[in-house]
Design a protein around this ligand. Sequence first.
Ligand SMILES: *[C@@H]1O[C@H](CO)[C@@H](O)[C@H](O)[C@H]1NC(C)=O
Length: 185
Amino acid sequence: MIRWIGRAFLLAALTGLVLTEDDPNYEVHFDGMEMIDGSDSYFNYNYTMDKKSETAFTVSGFITQLVLLDNTYKARFRLSRAPLDNPELYEEMLGLEKPLCEYMSSIYKMYFYETLKDISNFPHYDKCPLDPAEYWFKDYSFDADEYKAFMRDGHYKIEMYLVKGEDSVAGGLSKMRVEPVEGRK
Ligand SMILES: *[C@@H]1O[C@H](CO)[C@@H](O)[C@H](O)[C@H]1NC(C)=O
């Protein structure tokens, strides 16, 4: 989930959806993460986070995939933003939905695989369908500072779901807040 946050900003920046500022001085606050009901019949997971600085941390963990995932599933990704003073007013900035195997060979290949291959046993992008498996990842590092130049203040919501038919059956969302540093703007 943490990785998705980083990639979300990168994707948004690359597609020109985030306004850039000349001298951004933003702080990033994580406002939590939640999994949707039913996720635990697809995945079990645990993780530990190590804080390295105000904006940087590393995360390590395990994910057990409990069921066979084939191309009848879709992967859905959504990044939304709401103004700081109106946290309920989310607007979608980026939405992607693809059958699982196509997702693996495009989005996953382009944005996730390279950073993961040496620090995890996550599957190769050509592998699909995915048999039940135990995955681990170790010391994935994230530093919000790297994305500062692309940021715009607001509430952000990042959603990542596994979809069967029209329903999201597993996955979750995380929220973060990007605020100007007080006193400077
Ligand atoms: C996390 O899950 C893995 C794999 O299921 C297990 O071996 C490990 O003991 C778990 N760690 C914690 C802290 O629960």
